[in-house]
Ligand binder design. Structure first.
Ligand code: HEM
Length: 133
């Protein structure tokens, strides 16, 4: 362990975590944070099997797929034991709801619509003839 790590969160490699995959030692990764849920397994409202299934693995997607409540996210802080070493981090593209999805591009604003250049042309013509006509 490097000396400066004492003040920092404990760091684990994915390989180290992969060995901790049993009900008696259940550790997994969610968003590059490492959680030890051994004590929690029998209390997990979603059942113990799901947690044992992801023990030793990266459970980020599974955790998100369930749509855990804010309470659950608060609770999981109690089980954090450290982080992944930076070399083992993965970046995930978070799913985000995009309310613009059902509109086709260029239709959402006046500036983006086909009418804009037309109106701009008329305004410029009127302005030009007013100033220089
Ligand atoms: C430390 C990590 C975790 C904590 C603290 C936690 C906590 C909870 C809590 C409090 C609930 C009740 C519902 C809610 O409040 O959202 C729940 C439900 C559930 N959890 Fe977790 N959970 C964790 C990890 C996971 C993981 C990794 C999985 C999947 C592999 C999982 C699967 C489920 C399922 C299937 C339910 C039931 C959902 C339902 O009944 O609709 N949980 N969990």
């Amino acid at each position: 362990m490097r000396a400066y790590a004492v003040a920092m969160a404990k760091q684990f490699t994915r390989k180290e975590i992969s060995e901790r995959n049993t009900k008696k030692d259940a550790v997994f990764i969610i968003d590059n944070i490492v959680y030890d849920v051994t004590q929690f397994i029998d209390e997990h409202p979603g059942g113990h099997e799901v947690l044992v299934n992801v023990a030793g693995k990266d459970a980020s997607e599974d955790f998100d797929d369930i749509g855990h409540s804010l309470d659950a996210k608060e609770l999981m802080k109690k089980f954090k034991i450290g982080e992944l070493v930076p070399e083992d981090h993965i970046k995930r593209q978070r799913r985000s709801l995009n309310w613009e999805d059902n509109k086709t591009e260029n239709e959402s604003t006046f500036v983006g619509s086909w009418k804009f250049p037309l109106v701009l042309g008329i305004v410029m013509t009127v302005l030009y003839s007013y100033l220089f006509g």
